[in-house]
Ligand binder design. Structure first.
Ligand SMILES: Cc1cc2nc3c(=O)[nH]c(=O)nc-3n(C[C@H](O)[C@H](O)[C@H](O)COP(=O)(O)OP(=O)(O)OC[C@H]3O[C@@H](n4cnc5c(N)ncnc54)[C@H](O)[C@@H]3O)c2cc1C
Length: 383
């Protein structure tokens, strides 16, 4: 096991107690409500768990590297969709803290840290999310602000967020890489985030569209320089892939614990299921996979903390961890028998939530494109 520090062990213990007490007993009713758990989100802000950081982008942050991985893992063990909404929130907050204008920073960052102001990251468009720079949304400068037009799809926290970081092509440039990032307040006239997709999982993290029709944002809402989003998005995508791997480890851990409990209690002919090696060996393989994924997660977390380039490593981590999670959750359902197929059991919930991880933030295929592209020295960076 990767040697975590005593402080990190304590952080995990505190989070586990919090999740066992405040989240897991409510997980079923949260899921049935399909609502974004806003009160829980601000509670996480009050407890300081949103104060995460990677690549030393916000040097005064409380949690960095492995600490951040532990927070996401443990929250995903409780309510994966809550941890999913945290990922773009923290990424956008750190981006604005680092590259936003002074006025935007002071408007958004303190409230986001407290969990009072929820942030979402809107890149994907109807033409397909795998090409993150294939953007039709436009931004035109009109003298005292930017006018945004376009539609983003499959956006985490759409409709619940208070502000969106949106990628758009500068209307005056035809170059593929000339993309900029803007902060768009949810109340901006012309913004409509009312469409919500009904997904099979992650039901407490609303996923929907953000339509912008002549949405005018002030000058100070440009994040960084005009046409600088290519570099910003490469960092953000790496962070997002890392977060999905942390979620994968946490969900798989939840599914494992659940399966150990179930197979220790249920059985036939006076024996528990766990006493059959055909069952206990499958549980052992679940642990083995989680162990390997968690170690890789912490290795990449250390690379992030040391500000090393880790594009290929994070793609490999995300690919392995997300596929591992789907497999572990499938085994968990199998070992629960018909109970595992029943709606609103933990086994069923983890299984459905896990499916998102092989698609969002660079699908398994895109991760393989990144890795093979690096291996063969070709420039496929725009994935
Ligand atoms: C729950 C959820 C939350 C999300 N949250 C956000 C968010 O907050 N912000 C945001 O901007 N987006 C978000 N997304 C969108 C997500 O990033 C995209 O779904 C993802 O990038 C894949 O894009 P796509 O769904 O359009 O699939 P497509 O790009 O259309 O791909 C379809 C399939 O083709 C494969 N494929 C595509 N290109 C290639 C290729 N060159 N070679 C081989 N295979 C290929 C893909 O791997 C995939 O299997 C979210 C998605 C989900 C499901």
């Amino acid at each position: 096991m990767y040697q975590i520090t005593e402080e990190q062990r304590m952080l995990r213990k505190k989070l586990r107690e919090f999740v066992d007490r405040e989240v897991l007993p409510m997980a079923q009713s949260y899921e049935q409500s399909r609502a974004f758990p806003r009160a829980l989100f601000s509670q996480l802000g009050d407890l300081g768990y949103l104060d995460m950081n990677y690549f030393n982008r916000r040097p005064d942050a409380r949690y960095e590297g492995i600490d951040s991985a532990i927070i996401l893992e443990e929250l995903a063990r409780g309510l994966p969709s809550m941890a999913l909404s945290m990922s773009p929130h923290v990424q956008c907050m750190n981006l604005i803290a680092l590259e936003g204008t002074e006025s935007l920073r002071s408007r958004v960052v303190p409230a986001a840290l407290r969990g009072e102001h929820v942030l979402a990251f809107a890149i994907t468009e109807a033409s397909g999310g795998s090409d993150a720079l294939g953007i039709d949304t436009t931004a035109a400068f009109d003298g005292d602000g930017w006018i945004l037009n376009g539609e983003k799809c499959w956006i985490t926290s759409a409709g619940s967020a208070d502000g969106y970081v949106v990628s758009a092509k500068s209307a005056t440039s035809g170059r593929y890489r000339d993309v900029s990032l803007f902060y768009v307040d949810a109340n901006t006239p012309g913004l409509d985030a009312s469409f919500r997709a009904e997904l099979i999982g992650m039901r407490n993290s609303p996923t929907g569209s953000v339509r912008m029709r002549n949405c005018k944002v002030p000058i100070d809402c440009l994040i960084g320089h005009e046409n600088s989003a290519y570099g910003q998005m490469k960092v953000l995508l790496n962070e997002g892939r890392f977060d999905m791997a942390a979620l994968a480890v946490g969900i798989a851990q939840g599914a494992l614990e659940n399966t150990v409990r179930h197979t220790s209690r249920s059985g036939h002919f006076g024996r528990t299921l766990a006493t059959y090696q055909g069952v206990s060996f499958q549980v052992a393989r679940m642990y083995e996979k989680i162990f390997v994924a968690r170690n890789s997660l912490y290795t990449v977390a250390e690379m992030f903390r040391d500000q090393q380039r880790a594009t290929m490593e994070v793609a490999a981590l995300k690919l392995f961890a997300s596929e591992m999670c789907v497999e572990v959750c499938r085994t968990a359902v199998q070992l629960h028998g018909a109970k595992g197929l029943s709606q609103y059991t933990d086994a069923d919930r983890y299984f459905r939530d896990a499916q998102m991880l092989t698609i969002g933030e660079g699908s398994s295929e895109v991760c393989q494109i990144v890795i093979s592209g690096k291996l063969y020295h070709t420039d496929l960076e725009n994935y």
